[in-house]
Design a protein around this ligand. Structure first.
Ligand code: ADP
Ligand code: MG
Length: 257
């Protein structure tokens, strides 16, 4: 097991946000985190990346407590892509992606670092924007830049907070395919918070469904994304179709929980 999250409790001031979260991430696994707005998805991802510290519980990376690891050690293992917001970033796209190399850099960037950056830009199809300023490109392109930065970092665990929220449907699928290929080809593992239940069903090997900071359900997508769970967690009536193992979730309307 790559990552083990044991009995994690997190509160902002006295407001409990995560209540006894337990989950595991296996090598080459895509774990989807779903749940309504405010259910704690971003908070959980930020705890895993040690941006914030849980008051209780432990997070183990290859059996080691991450709170005992240095920032640079963590950055070599885990790449974090924050939830999109209006970023103001006074750097070019190239330099932003190059920041992903920081955990590996010596005093200056080497040709190897530059190659990694160009490779990541190409993989995401944003090499033409390399010399533009980060704040001059669209929200969707910015999201791709942050994914490229995490890839350039060469971490073996990616923590993605709604990686497709600003992308149109074609780019959503493209980005998910890129991520899926990295998992298959390079054996990296992914934890991604994702709103779109159909994308979660299509690309996650397992899903954790959060509700009010607790895990409501966890396991294979068909086990978690059921009409009953969607109704009680989101207050939405949905039709769930399982066509030879492929899940399709069709929201029909709001309902009582
Ligand atoms: P999600 O990503 O599932 O939408 P979040 O993890 O962002 O949920 O938020 C969970 C809860 O924590 C929400 O109720 C939110 O208002 C609260 N919260 C998030 N960030 C902060 C903060 N910096 N200070 C206080 N409360 C916060
Ligand atoms: Mg969030």
């Amino acid at each position: 097991m790559k990552l083990k999250i044991k009995n994690v409790v997190f509160s902002y001031a006295s407001t409990p946000i995560l209540k006894n979260i337990c989950m595991e991430l296996a090598p080459s696994e895509v774990l989807g985190i779903v749940g309504p707005n405010g259910s704690g998805k971003s908070t959980l991802i930020r705890c895993i990346d040690t941006i914030i510290k849980p008051q209780k519980g432990s997070i183990l990376l290859d059996e080691r407590e991450i709170k005992k690891m240095s920032r640079i050690e963590i950055a070599r293992r885990m790449g974090y892509v924050p939830q999109a917001s209006s970023y103001v970033f006074p750097a070019t796209v190239f330099d932003t992606v190059l920041m992903g190399r920081r955990p590996h850099l010596g005093w200056r960037s080497s040709e190897h670092d530059i190659e990694k950056v160009l490779g990541a830009l190409k993989l995401l199809g944003i090499e033409d924007f390399a010399l533009m300023n980060f704040d001059e490109i669209s929200g969707g392109e910015q999201q791709k830049v942050f994914i490229a930065r995490a890839l350039a970092q060469e971490a073996d665990i990616l923590l993605l907070d709604e990686p497709t929220s600003n992308l149109d449907i074609r780019h959503q699928l493209e980005v998910m395919e890129i991520i899926k290929n990295l998992v298959t080809e390079k054996g990296i593992s992914v934890i991604m918070a994702i709103h779109d239940l159909n994308l979660a069903a299509k690309y996650a090997d397992r899903i954790v469904m959060l509700n009010g900071g607790s895990i409501r359900s966890a396991g294979d997508p068909p086990l978690v994304l059921t009409t009953e769970n969607i109704k009680s967690v989101y207050g939405v009536k949905a039709v769930v179709k399982n066509e030879s193992g492929k899940l399709y979730i069709i929201p029909v309307g709001v309902s009582a929980r």
